[in-house]
Each structure stands twice: as structure tokens, then as C-alpha cells.
Design a protein around this ligand. Structure first.
Ligand SMILES: [Zn+2]
Length: 432
């Protein structure tokens, strides 16, 4: 587990109030996958392999059952206390900062009426800042992030789960054999773990990161950004037999060069934004109507297929599930290729391991990009480049943030390898 029990209890203070349903019986969870795609000589592989050996020698039982009190006690129920996160995480961040892999010229935003606002005089659309501006059309696109689908494709994804309303959507997806990416909130996994297991195990869907508490990420300090992402990666890792997510989506589309660099260069995460948004989340509150959402979806489903569609959709409410269900016949009738959004460009959902269905995932993206200095750009990087060039918007590449990973930036230097090893070690350490 990520943190030792004593530390966790210190963090949580009280764990007895955690609500959980009766543990599912007879679940056997392997500590880590049996099959790894990581090359035998990779330092990353070595780290996980040694951890597996440690677990096998120290643990007579497997990792805690998802949903059990022992499992829940490993994580904060609310905001992550950055003074209590593993040293390895902060060490990795500090190493990245020291290596110049995290921009120092991008100020934190402050929240004004729930909007992230940069200090006066700062041009958020300057390539050196590159705010995605809430996913707004024509906004700066941070280095390596994905906004568009390939021509003819629609990337299927749902944000903010798992929730008590997720089953309506999950049943529909299963009935239609439609795979999707679920950008999940860490604290929602804690409170809706049955739905999490349905998405991951029953549906075999892809699990991605949507932060621990759904904050405006540009308003956070570097270490807070790190903690929001890493803790969510950790609960997913712990609850999927060791899968490390490869993708994340910033809440509110709030990302800039600084936030992107922490996600990408320290944790190996690629951001997926969107190119269409119906505001479906605001239907229940009256901010949007189902008719309007249906109308927009119809327009897009029957419209041009260049570029492909990445639509911001949610599994928050019955209404948001229904908006997708309403649009699905049109999606099929118009010949769209509908795939889980994180697989649009051939990448796998995870940085390691295998999918529940036994499909082999790719090697760690970061280690690959950093150890192969002459290798061609990954599919994701090509896709991101295509996104930028096809729309003519600013790519956001700047001298301080032009490399997709700290290891690549400095490759093949020793220090960069150490930086990445540190963060992997942090994840491993959690199991000590
Ligand atoms: Zn969200």
C-alpha cells in the first residue's frame, strides 16, 4: 500500500467513519500483474519487480480488497495534505524543478467567481504561459496534449465518476459493447468503489485521472498539483492490480505550461482536453436544457468528420448519461468510429501492465521516450502535433517546456533518469 498504516492513520485521524458496503467475498487480487511489457533491462521494471518480490515475501495476503476499510484507510478523504505525501513524490518534483523541467515563469491563478484568473498583466495565451482557457476554442494547447480525434473518429469519455448515477451509463455501454475512458476523481473512487469496479473489471473500460478533489489546477502550488495527480494515480494503481494511468483530464480544462509540465515530466501523464462541449453537467441545475444538448450533439454527429470529435461528457447525473444515450444512434448511423478516447492514437490506457482482458499494454511512455534518444515520436506526440497543426492554434511549445518528458529533455543524462526513477520509486515506496 502507498503509505504505512501509522502514517495513514495520522493523516486521516479517524477512519472509522468511512462508509463502505459489505466487502465482496472471494475476491482475489494479485499484488501486481503477472505479465509486464516493460523491457527486462528497464530500471522501471526493476523497481516494480523488486517491489513485487517484497510483497510476496512480506505479505501472506494480497493487497486490500477494494472497498474494505483497510483499502480506504490508505487515502485522504478530502484534500491531500501535501506535508504528508511520500518524500519520494516531492523529491521527484524537486528534481524536475532543479532540472529546469517545470516552468518558473507561470504564476498561479486565483479564483474569482469560480474562474481561474492570472495576475494582472499576464497574457494567459502567451505561448510561455499557454492556458487552455477552459478548453475554449482557439485557446493555447499545452505541449503534447490531445484535443482532437483523428478524422472520422469520436473519442468516448466521461468525467467526474464514479458516481451513484454511473450504473445507468455503464449498463448502456455494456449493452452496446462500447468501450470508454472514465476520467475519475480520486475521492469518488473512495466513495463509489463498486461503480469503479464495474467500470474497470466488468466493462473492461479505461481508467484515467481527473485529480483527487477536482480543483482548478492552475490555482494550486506545484506540490499541490503533484499531490492531486499522484494520489489519484495511486488509488487507481492500488485498485487495478498495479496499473499506472497514462492519461488525465484537467478539471474545467484548466491547464497551463506549469501544470502540464508537472503532470507530464514528473508523472508521465498526457492531458486529454476536448474540442466540443455541451455543458451537459448543468442540465439538472437549469443552466442547460436537454433539448439544446440534443441539438448540439445531432449537429456534430451529422457534421463534418474532420477533425474527429472529442466531446466533454459526464457521468454525474441521469441527465448527462441520457444525453449520450440520445446521441448514440446518430453516432452509429453516421458511421463514426467510436473508441475509448485514450486509445484514439494507438496508445494504451496505462503506462504499464495489462488490461483486464489480457491485452498487453505498451511500455512506460516516459521511460521509452527518455531512453531512446533517436526514437520516433510516440503516437501521442504525433497526435498532439497533428492537433496543433491541423487547427493552426498555438501549440504552446516554449523553450522551457518544449520537451515531453524530463528524461527526454535531458536524455540521456543521469540526472533525468534519476528524476523519473524517483517518482516511480515513490509509487513503489508506497507499498513498503
Ligand atoms: Zn470534471
Amino acid at each position: 500500500m502507498i503509505l504505512n498504516a501509522g502514517l495513514v492513520l495520522t493523516i486521516l485521524g479517524v477512519t472509522s467513519s468511512i462508509a463502505y458496503a459489505s466487502p465482496h467475498a472471494h475476491r482475489t487480487r494479485a499484488a501486481l500483474p503477472d505479465v509486464w511489457s516493460q523491457p527486462e533491462d528497464s530500471p522501471v521494471y526493476d523497481l516494480f519487480r523488486s517491489n513485487l518480490q517484497k510483497r510476496q515475501s512480506n505479505d501472506t495476503d494480497d493487497s486490500p480488497d477494494v472497498g474494505s476499510p483497510t483499502w480506504a484507510a490508505q487515502y485522504p478523504q478530502g484534500s491531500v495534505d501535501v506535508t504528508k505525501i511520500p518524500d519520494e513524490w516531492t523529491n521527484a518534483l524537486n528534481a524536475a524543478v532543479a532540472a529546469g523541467a517545470i516552468p518558473t515563469n507561470v504564476p498561479q491563478t486565483t479564483l474569482v467567481n469560480d474562474n481561474a484568473v492570472y495576475p494582472q498583466g499576464v497574457n494567459s495565451q502567451d505561448p510561455s504561459i499557454c492556458s487552455a482557457n477552459g478548453g475554449g476554442t482557439g485557446s493555447c494547447r499545452t505541449n503534447g496534449s490531445i484535443w482532437d480525434a483523428p478524422d472520422g473518429y469520436i473519442g468516448i469519455s466521461f468525467d467526474d465518476g464514479p458516481t451513484s448515477n454511473s450504473p445507468t451509463l455503464y449498463t448502456f455501454l455494456q449493452q452496446n459493447n462500447q468501450k470508454a475512458t472514465h476520467f475519475m476523481i480520486g475521492t469518488n473512487i473512495l466513495s463509489n468503489w463498486q461503480e469503479f469496479l464495474t467500470a474497470y473489471e466488468t466493462l473492461g473500460d479505461d481508467i484515467a485521472v481527473h485529480t483527487w478533489t477536482h480543483p482548478h489546477m492552475t490555482s494550486l502550488s506545484n506540490v499541490q498539483v503533484l499531490a492531486e495527480l499522484a494520489m489519484t494515480m495511486q488509488i487507481i494503481y492500488d485498485s487495478t492490480d498495479g496499473k499506472l494511468p497514462r492519461f488525465w483530464r484537467p478539471p474545467y480544462g484548466d491547464i497551463d505550461n506549469r501544470v502540464n509540465a508537472i503532470a507530464r515530466n514528473v508523472l508521465g501523464l498526457t492531458a486529454i482536453i476536448w474540442n466540443h462541449d455541451t455543458d451537459d453537467y448543468s442540465i439538472p441545475a437549469g443552466g442547460q436544457t436537454m433539448d439544446k444538448v440534443n441539438s448540439m450533439m445531432t449537429q456534430w454527429m451529422t457534421g463534418p468528420k474532420t477533425p474527429g470529435l472529442v466531446i466533454l461528457e459526464h457521468e454525474l447525473y441521469q441527465e448527462t448519461a441520457q444525453a449520450f444515450i440520445n446521441s448514440y444512434p446518430l453516432l452509429k448511423q453516421n458511421g463514426w468510429n467510436a473508441v475509448s478516447v485514450c486509445r484514439l492514437f494507438g496508445d494504451d490506457a496505462y503506462q504499464n501492465g495489462t488490461s483486464p482482458d489480457g491485452e498487453t499494454d505498451g511500455a512506460f511512455s516516459v521511460s521509452t521516450s527518455t531512453t531512446s534518444t533517436s526514437a520516433a515520436p510516440s503516437a501521442t506526440e504525433n497526435a498532439a502535433a497533428n492537433n496543433a497543426s491541423s487547427t493552426g492554434t498555438a501549440s504552446g511549445a516554449s523553450s522551457s517546456n518544449s520537451s515531453p518528458a524530463i528524461l527526454e529533455m535531458l536524455a540521456p543524462s543521469r540526472s533525468s533518469m534519476t528524476a523519473f526513477a524517483s517518482v516511480v520509486a515513490a509509487l513503489v515506496c508506497a507499498f513498503a
